[in-house]
Design a protein. Structure first.
Lengths: 190, 382
């Protein structure tokens, strides 16, 4: 019906709006260079999800995330974590955790955000802290994940091993329901 | 010192703690007028803080969960609620992200209108924050002046958007409506007067020996720690790190404007309280430039389909809000609603510095350090 207005702009968007496919012809060179530096070192454990302008994403195995994070911290200018996103994938019986890393110290990297993603197994009836939904904490490498990881723990039930302070942060202390950001926790009235 | 002896299996989250006869535990908040809607559990030895444990969450509203059951357009009004005083800036990364997902181009004039609205909103937020800082320091003039001068810009925003604080003005594809016909003149006049007013703040606040005595050399955050803790915005720039997303990762038309960043080296509460004020002066410059360069006519909105669907994929966009970097991570699965929406907000990121800064500080300095973090409790809780 109103498709006529939206068609012309759809044809024109700049390369930033390309779909997330790493086989697209214009792979940005700068982004590819630092991703190559990481993938050359850990060739078997890393899957490149996308390399877009200023944004890159790597999927890594959870057993290797400590090594890879350590490598990134020591060999690339990424010096802090901006955010940690937990995502529930009930169909795949997994929970995804994505760290967004940025750099303050190197001016050439100030636009770059490297997303480091991993998956943990998800249990149907969660028992946060005492089930198999566990991940090593990245707090030793990126200190700034401290509160973010606490949030992911309470909201999705992912326990971070090695985190000194796996307490509740935003939820009430006596919350005894499912972790609220899991998909099987339904909003009331929705 | 404090050995914990659990008597039985405790429910999750509850703790038992033995009482020390020297260290006193003090709950600051959540009802305390100075703390805002959050609690700081402070342990003190005499006058000195041994440890401080921030306990946010009293205004957690589940914005991220709510966003999963609303479509991209109906998400707009509730996503600006975390910071109603800075509603344009907190909505900005979400709107940019949806535009990238849907693949829509924004008209040139709308980009300028957005920048002007965002800068006006930044000033409105910082004035409010500064007014509360006056309450924290017991400086009643510092409350009255910014709260009064803020009205000028609120009236201006009301002329543009129709609402005084919660504007819901930015939408994917542009802005909701065009500015009124005489807007350029009125805006220029108000902003010039506003700038003249806030320049007077230097004499009464920032050169004031009492304010300096309260804030200088309290809560010093070194450059290395500011980077390591991942702080952002005014906290980061007060510690000598030159990082402002309007310059480092320009969005909309910021790359066509001459934007300067304000960096101070001291890293104490005084520097952290001064950087936002310098930001306001810079905002006035940006608004004047944008008014000059703005196309005088044209569309301000590319129409979307009624119920737009984002493609398969994800975006992470960030902007410089009044407090620091505001990020929005949207994961889309070809549905009208986002599959997952994460707000990575500056208040939550800066909170990590609070226990660090308060340790070893005098209890009397706590308000000056706490509010200098440019912290907004509702934004941190989301």
């Amino acid at each position: 019906m109103s498709t006529a207005e939206t068609k012309p702009p759809k044809a024109t968007p700049p390369p930033k709006a390309t779909p997330p496919e790493n086989k697209e012809p214009p792979v940005p060179a700068f982004e590819k260079s630092y991703i190559d530096q990481i993938t050359n070192h850990f060739s078997d454990d890393i899957e490149i999800e996308y390399i877009k302008e200023n944004r890159t994403k790597l999927n890594v195995k959870k057993e290797k995330i400590i090594d890879i994070a350590k490598f990134i911290k020591d060999n690339t200018p990424f010096d802090h974590a901006e955010s940690v996103t937990g995502v529930d994938f009930p169909e795949e019986k997994e929970i995804g955790v994505t760290y967004h890393l940025g750099s303050y110290t190197d001016d050439t990297y100030s636009k770059q955000v490297l997303a480091l993603a991993t998956r943990v197994p998800r249990e149907e009836s969660p028992n946060p802290g005492n089930d198999s939904t566990k991940l090593p904490s990245l707090r030793d490498m990126f200190y700034s994940v401290e509160f973010h990881e606490r949030e992911v723990f309470e909201m999705l039930g992912v326990y971070f091993e090695g985190h000194p302070d796996n307490r509740r942060l935003l939820l009430p202390e006596d919350w005894a329901d499912l972790p609220p950001l899991r998909k099987d926790f339904k909003n009331k009235g929705r | 010192m404090t050995e914990v002896i659990p008597t039985k299996q405790m429910p999750p989250g509850l703790q038992v703690e033995n009482v020390d006869d020297r260290i006193m535990t003090l709950n600051v908040g959540p009802q305390h007028p100075g703390s805002g809607h959050m609690r700081i559990i402070v342990k003190i030895d005499g006058d000195y803080i041994v440890s401080a444990d921030p306990d946010p969450g009293y205004v957690h509203r589940g914005e991220e969960k709510m966003a999963e059951s609303r479509n991209y357009i109906t998400n707009i009004p509730h996503l600006e609620r975390p910071v109603i005083h800075d509603s344009c800036n907190i909505l900005y990364p979400y709107v940019l992200g949806v535009e990238e997902l849907v693949g829509i181009e924004v008209p040139e004039r709308a980009k300028y209108v957005r920048v002007i609205a965002a800068e006006l909103n930044r000033c409105i937020y910082i004035q409010y924050w500064l007014a509360i800082y006056g309450i924290f320091l017991g400086h009643s003039t510092m409350f009255m002046w910014p709260a009064g001068d803020r009205e000028l810009l609120i009236d201006l925003m009301e002329k543009i958007t129709g609402a005084r604080v919660t504007h819901a003005y930015f939408i994917p594809g542009g802005v909701r409506n065009d500015v009124p016909s005489n807007f350029e003149d009125v805006c220029l006049r108000q902003v010039n007067y506003f700038e003249k007013r806030i320049k007077e703040y230097a004499d009464i606040f920032y050169d004031n020996p009492i304010l300096k005595a309260r804030t200088e050399d309290t809560g010093v955050l070194s450059r290395e720690d500011a980077i390591r803790l991942g702080t952002t915005g005014s906290v980061l720039r007060a510690s000598g790190v030159d990082y402002d997303l309007r310059i480092k990762e320009p969005y909309d038309v910021y790359d066509e404007l001459d934007v300067h960043t304000n960096v101070l080296k001291a890293g104490d509460s005084y520097a952290r309280s001064k950087v936002p004020w310098l930001d306001m002066l810079e905002s006035c410059n940006i608004i004047r430039q944008a008014l000059e360069k703005m196309p005088k006519s044209g569309s301000v909105r590319t129409k979307l389909k009624p119920n737009p669907k984002g493609g398969e994929g994800e975006v992470y966009r960030r902007v410089e809000s009044g407090r620091g970097s505001a990020g929005c991570h949207i994961i889309s699965k070809s549905k009208p609603e986002p599959y997952r929406l994460k707000l990575s907000v500056s208040s939550f990121r800066n909170l990590i510095a609070l226990p660090y800064l308060l340790k070893g500080e005098k209890l009397g300095n706590m308000p000056a350090v706490y509010w200098s973090l440019n912290y907004w409790p509702v934004e941190a809780d989301r």
